[in-house]
Ligand binder design. Structure first.
Ligand SMILES: *Cc1c(COP(=O)(O)O)cnc(C)c1O
Length: 420
């Protein structure tokens, strides 16, 4: 076969690694063209919630393809978008009454930032500063990179990234986080604080307690600074509840959802907003409308998949499955932490993670990352460590047998890679 023209994301083609070809999938399992059965232990980059090719979601997609494929969404509408928006307003925290569609987590974040700045602009009180948390990840477009951690991922683009106010990641003593947030909020130009609730994903699967989230929300509220919850990864049950914010009793002013919105089957995102945000754009003056769109805003087939996801959440014991899976993963984490090169073991719902002790070679480009990934794949498990951080967050339907297999492969991988 001739060399593929495909340029892969977050992939160094120069290393010549084999790129597996997947032909089909079901539940937590991928099947490759060369006949392997691979366990998808990271839910295909954190999107697959109920499992691959979920019958109800696939059926909804098939039915929608018979009716309407795509429609301009500026001033036009269709049933899947309406049903989905109503369903989201019902199931999400009270007050998030407005639903803006886009196509990916990154765009849902861009939309959130534009909504926040538009809110202040249209009120004639221009505030431009966005506050962020150290180690955050909010996507790979320019705006989303600007509010995320700076590092090797975005060094080449740094000149284009806008200035933000960064509060420290809340360690076991969160007071410095509160103090920095309080200070930034008090400076008068702060428009919004954007944060990943409870669990920072790409930043290294870092966790902090609900009480910290609640306190940060309270500080923002006291200063009228908009609170944006980026639940692109944490939403849809990942952290044990539908939203991570629920565990802190927090309702954000703006909420970003993507990944699991369609059960992970189709690209779709929403940015939900409270009435004051919408009302600041509501006017007979056309210059105050919300200036954002993309060609495929609220694609009907993607919306139909998301409507099916909502039905699964409403009608099936999803939270029970998540609780069972979380307990099983917790047992595995306990066993893995016995290994003397395993440090910083942590869990948040259906995500378990730890760092491999590697001395000075820590961080995203740590050598051990690709070696571990190779070991896992050689043993038919899809896990992509973040440098020396190993984690798993499988689809909720994974069997006990496959969890056992994943845990055994992780243990053996740490055993062999940490030594070499
Ligand atoms: C994945 C992710 C994004 C970006 O979503 P994409 O769909 O990949 O653009 C944004 N925020 C968080 C917290 C994420 O985990």
């Amino acid at each position: 076969m001739s060399k593929s023209p495909v340029w892969h994301p977050f992939h160094q083609h120069g290393l010549g690694e084999d790129i597996p070809l997947v032909t089909h999938a079901e539940g937590a399992v991928l099947h490759t063209a060369d006949g392997r059965r691979v366990i998808d232990a990271i839910s295909s980059w954190w999107v697959t919630t109920h499992g691959h090719n979920h019958p109800r979601i696939m059926q909804a997609v098939r039915e929608q393809t018979e009716k309407l494929d795509q429609l301009i969404f500026a001033g036009w509408t269709h049933e899947p978008a309406e049903t989905l928006a109503r369903g989201l307003v019902d199931i999400m925290p009270d007050g998030l009454d407005h639903v803006f569609y886009s196509d990916s987590g990154s765009t849902s974040v861009e939309v959130a930032l534009k909504m926040a700045l538009g809110y202040w602009h249209n009120r004639g009180e221009p505030r431009h500063r966005v506050l962020v948390m150290e180690h955050s990840y909010h996507g790979d477009t320019i705006g989303a990179m600007s509010v995320g951690e700076r590092g090797v991922f975005n060094r080449a683009y740094e000149a284009l990234l806008f200035d933000v106010g960064t509060v420290p990641f809340p360690g076991s003593f969160p007071q410095p986080t509160y103090d920095a947030l309080e200070r930034f909020c008090g400076e008068g130009d702060a428009a919004a604080f954007i944060v990943e609730p409870l669990l920072l994903g790409a930043g290294g699967m870092l966790t902090y307690p609900p009480a910290v989230l609640a306190e940060m929300r309270a500080i923002c509220a006291r200063h009228g600074v908009l609170f944006i919850a980026d639940e692109v990864m944490t939403g849809w049950g990942r952290t044990g509840t539908l939203l991570a914010c629920e565990q802190a009793g927090v309702t954000p002013d703006i909420l970003c959802l993507a990944k699991g919105l369609t059960g992970g089957s189709m690209p779709l995102a929403v940015t939900m907003a409270t009435a004051p945000i919408f009302d600041a754009h509501y006017s007979s003056d056309r210059s105050k409308m919300f200036f954002h769109s993309s060609s495929f805003t609220a694609n009907p087939i993607a919306c139909a998949a998301a409507v099916a996801n909502l039905a699964i959440w409403r009608e099936e014991p999803v939270l029970d499955r998540i609780a069972t899976l979380s307990a099983r993963l917790g047992d595995k984490l306990d066993a893995l932490s016995q290994h003397n090169q395993v440090i910083n073991a942590r869990q948040c719902g259906t995500m378990i993670a730890f760092d491999v002790e590697v001395g000075d070679d820590a961080g995203y480009l740590a050598d051990i990352g690709p070696r571990l990934r190779g070991h896992f794949f050689a043993n038919d498990v899809l896990i992509r460590p973040l440098g020396n951080t190993v984690y798993t967050m499988p689809p909720y339907c994974i069997s006990q047998k496959d969890i056992d297999c994943v845990a055994n492969v992780i243990a053996a991988g740490v055993e062999s890679c940490a030594r070499s």
